[in-house]
Design a protein around this ligand. Structure first.
Ligand code: CO
Length: 208
């Protein structure tokens, strides 16, 4: 694809939007009130808006390698605090995906240079769930399960933050752990029991 094509596409997109609603961009410029915060992987194949069928304005989006929620990552913490405390999103989603290169890399015991501290977060997920993962003989199934457990642990990381705890208590915000199955296009809700997790972690991480 040529760079010039991107700008041609943009012109077509503008015409298309205006043909449906001539005030589309005037309205878009007025402000945002998204109901979702979506935290997903940077993978080029996992496009948040496309897979959710949503339009500009409906989701605040943060993407990084392997959809991590690390509490010393100023970037994700800024996105989280701004969208939860100021935009008051109703749902916070961590969406992983099968065939995730970041998760795959974390399964290899190699020195990956600057990637090491980032992948460490996923290796820590593996260590936390070592017994379950090592019990899965099929490597492909173990890889899929690590993708799911990584989503779960990133949701736990969300629940450890004061912003999320406050929003759950005060206005019923909900956290969701999803996996996008890149092989079929299907979005899967992991149906994680967050009430139980929150009760459990609040023994130590009660910030609100
Ligand atoms: Co990925």
């Amino acid at each position: 694809m040529k760079v010039e094509d991107v700008f041609k596409n943009n012109e077509k997109w503008i015409s298309n939007k205006l043909s449906i609603d001539e005030n589309y961009f005037t309205e878009l410029a007025k402000g945002q009130a998204p109901e979702f915060l979506y935290i997903g992987c940077s993978d080029s194949r996992v496009s948040a808006e496309d897979l959710m069928g949503i339009q500009p304005g409906q989701a605040f989006v943060h993407r990084n390698v392997a959809n991590l929620v690390n509490n010393v990552d100023l970037n994700v913490m800024t996105v989280l605090n701004y969208s939860v405390r100021h935009l008051k999103v109703k749902h916070v989603v961590v969406c992983g995906h099968y065939n995730c290169g970041g998760v795959k890399a974390a399964m290899q015991p190699d020195d990956m240079g600057i990637l090491n501290p980032w992948l460490r977060n996923i290796r820590d997920v593996y260590r936390t769930h070592k017994d379950e993962l090592n019990g899965i003989e099929d490597e492909a199934k173990r890889y899929d399960r690590l993708v799911e457990l990584n989503v779960q642990e990133q949701c736990v990381n969300l629940l450890k933050t004061a912003a999320i705890q406050q929003a759950i208590t005060e206005r019923g915000l909900t956290v969701h752990g999803w996996v996008f199955d890149i092989r079929t296009g299907k979005l899967i809700d992991l149906n994680i029991d967050f009430d139980a997790i929150l009760k459990d972690i609040k023994e130590i991480y009660n910030l609100y």
